[in-house]
Design a protein around this ligand. Structure first.
Ligand code: HEC
Length: 232
């Protein structure tokens, strides 16, 4: 190779090396400049939470506590239990004796779900098809008669308030509990102008045990066991 070339190469090497930081001071300097562009190194240790955040969390916690305390009735599990909710909401710590008013409310709901499609919401029935419950002697008087009808159903000819019917009522004993039958009959016996005593769930249980599982009654058969009261 030509010496000129050698010289050029040497010169090039020199000029490349020149701007590079070579001393310790230069390196430190450059490191300083670089770290200035970066975030601070994460460090272990205790960094106190700002007081304002602590106060905010305390306020939030006490708000939650008071909110729950005032809206959950002492965290009682029965708050949303339909059977007991009313009693708990009324401020009682233990379930109280259900009032007649509460039973009538449940009875009305059951009537609308279970009976009103046939006997109509006003209890007057449909002429020639569904007999009325309003003023019906089958509803009033001895509760066991109406209980028996709801438990086992009724079919064949029947006369109600001077009108004849010959149709079928399905049994509801397998889908309704004693308490539900007692409530719905209590409602029926005290609505549509009817004025008869409430029906106790125990009475329904008694009749259910007595008649057992059976086919629907005929009116004649039922009246033999539970004749209509005198004057009806
Ligand atoms: C699917 C229609 C239907 C439903 C639902 C029904 N019934 Fe009846 N019910 C009848 C029919 C029909 C008769 C008459 C049966 C006959 O012709 O022998 C009757 C008769 C009766 C009678 C005796 C006759 C009278 O009018 O007093 C009573 C009491 C009675 N039902 C109560 C109820 C109650 C309470 C419910 C709801 C828990 C209910 N029924 C649900 C159709 C129904």
């Amino acid at each position: 190779m030509k010496p000129v070339h050698d010289k050029e190469v040497g010169a090039e090497e020199n000029s490349r090396e020149a701007p590079l930081p070579c001393s310790d001071a230069d390196l430190l300097n450059q490191g300083g400049r670089q770290s200035g562009r970066e975030h601070a190194e994460p460090s272990e240790g205790f960094a106190p939470v700002p007081t304002i955040v602590v106060i905010f969390i305390c306020m939030l916690a006490s708000f939650c506590f008071f909110y729950l305390e005032h809206n959950t009735h002492g965290f009682s599990g029965s708050v949303f239990d339909n059977e007991q909710g009313d009693a708990v909401a009324a401020g009682a710590s233990a379930p109280v004796e259900e009032t007649l008013e509460m039973r009538l409310k449940k009875g009305a709901k059951l009537f609308n779900q279970q009976c009103a499609t046939c006997h109509q919401p006003d209890g007057k029935g449909t002429p020639g098809v569904y007999p009325p419950l309003a003023s019906s002697p089958y509803v009033a008087g001895e509760p066991a008669r109406a209980i028996s009808i709801v438990l086992a159903g009724l079919s064949g000819p029947i006369e109600v308030l001077g009108n004849s019917y010959n149709n079928n009522m399905p049994e509801l004993g397998s889908s309704l509990k004693d308490k539900q039958i007692a409530d719905v009959l209590t409602y029926v016996r005290q609505s549509f102008g009817n004025q008869a005593e409430p029906v106790a769930p125990e009475k329904v249980a008694e009749v259910r045990k007595e008649i057992g599982k059976r086919s629907p009654w005929s009116a004649a058969e039922l009246l033999k066991v539970h004749p209509l009261e005198a004057g009806k």
